[in-house]
Design a protein. Structure first.
Length: 391
């Protein structure tokens, strides 16, 4: 049996692909009325599967939300148009990409099983060690850029090993602008990394993955789990500036991306997803998802279900839309109002349902790029986003 998404060979009883996280279509997806029987009896077993997911096709944006404890939640930003270091014996990984000019040696999907995790400091140390152990040959200039990002923005691990130094420094400017504007977002993002997208994901420019089970403890319950929240930059684009520049320019010119998109601004789009996710965490009173145990497992589950269904994102959009109509008297339809931002803002999944968080990320992207000249819808949406971040 093979994965319908990436072609990876599967075990006969696999519910999900252990490489890309896509559901096995031959096994029924859960329905909301049986979710408790599916999840809770298994939640203390080692690395059991929890599933919530959907995907988007050719429109260019995919959100696959999984709590698969091996994979996680993903929001992809799509375009239209050396040797891997030794892996310690106590971890597994599904990244088997061979090195090439536009690939990184960094493995982003290592999973540690049965390690000693006594608290937040142990979790952060493990994430940091997994990162630094892979960078013995990285240039000193890039290591300095990475360390600057880690210290300034409280991000646990940064992996830009093969990136052009000047390009990497420009990404700091994106982070500085956004973190100064939204200081509440510090301390939640664990990783920013170059990433080798698989062949089936070759048009992915960047990805936000809020939930990835990175490690399980050596206790009988395997708690606490360590959850990474991360942003990936596809090495085939971010190590090939000409390809990235051409793609972004063309997509912006036809309205697929907001006006004036640059090679740096896809990071802003993913940070829009990240900030929207933090706003949702505050709504559910989730101070952190770095460590998961019996006390906050159900909160993590609520976050995953909401992110998958888009309920919180929709509520933000509806609030912004009503504010706009009340202020302006404009009777524009909800979808036309969202679509004024970009074509991406009206992305749908395979079932034909809107992915509302893409509207938020595109609004954020638009305001980042165009400030006071951003579309009115974008400015109203980011205003609500700022309010929601206050909790």
């Amino acid at each position: 049996m093979f994965c319908n998404k990436c072609g990876n060979k599967l075990d006969n009883n696999s519910k999900f692909c252990n490489k890309c996280g896509a559901p096995n279509n031959y096994i029924p997806i859960y329905q909301p009325d049986n979710i408790n029987s599916l999840l809770y009896p298994q939640k203390k077993s080692k690395l059991k599967l929890l599933f919530i997911g959907f995907g988007v096709g050719s429109i260019g944006v995919i959100i696959i939300l999984l709590i698969v404890i091996f994979t996680g939640s993903s929001s992809y930003y799509f375009s239209e148009t050396e040797n891997t270091p030794d892996v310690p014996t106590d971890i597994t990984n599904s990244n088997t990409n061979s090195p090439s000019k536009y690939k990184t040696v960094i493995i982003t999907d290592n999973i540690y099983d049965g390690v000693s995790i006594k608290g937040v400091s142990d979790a952060n140390a493990l994430i940091s060690k997994d990162s630094t152990d892979q960078k013995s040959s990285c240039p000193k200039e890039i290591l300095n850029v990475e360390n600057e990002i880690i210290k300034k923005y409280n991000i646990t691990a940064v992996n830009l090993c093969e990136m052009d130094t000047d390009f990497a420094k420009e990404l700091i400017n994106v982070l500085e602008h956004i973190y100064n504007e939204y200081p509440e977002i510090r301390g939640y993002l664990t990783n920013i990394s170059l990433w080798n997208g698989s062949f089936s994901e070759r048009n992915v420019i960047a990805e936000f993955m809020p939930i990835f089970q990175f490690a399980s403890s050596n206790t009988s319950s395997t708690y606490p789990w360590v959850i990474k929240t991360q942003i990936f930059l596809n090495s085939s684009y971010f190590l090939n500036k000409n390809k990235l520049a051409t793609s972004v320019k063309e997509n912006s010119a036809v309205g697929h991306f907001p006006p004036n998109a640059s090679i740096y601004s896809p990071l802003a789009h993913e940070l829009g997803h990240y900030i929207s996710y933090i706003a949702m965490m505050k709504y559910y009173s989730a101070n952190s998802i770095l460590l998961i145990d019996d006390n906050n497992f159900e909160t993590l589950l609520k976050l995953a279900i909401d992110f998958s269904k888009g309920n919180h994102s929709l509520s933000m959009l509806e609030e912004a839309y009503n504010n706009y109509k009340n202020d302006t008297g404009d009777n524009v339809s909800f979808d036309d109002w969202r679509g004024s931002i970009s074509k991406y803002a009206l992305a749908k999944d395979d079932a034909g349902d809107y992915i509302y968080d893409e509207t938020i990320a595109e609004a954020f992207h638009d305001v980042y790029l165009n400030s006071s000249n951003a579309k009115p819808a974008s400015k109203y949406i980011t205003a609500v986003l700022k309010e929601r971040l206050k909790g």
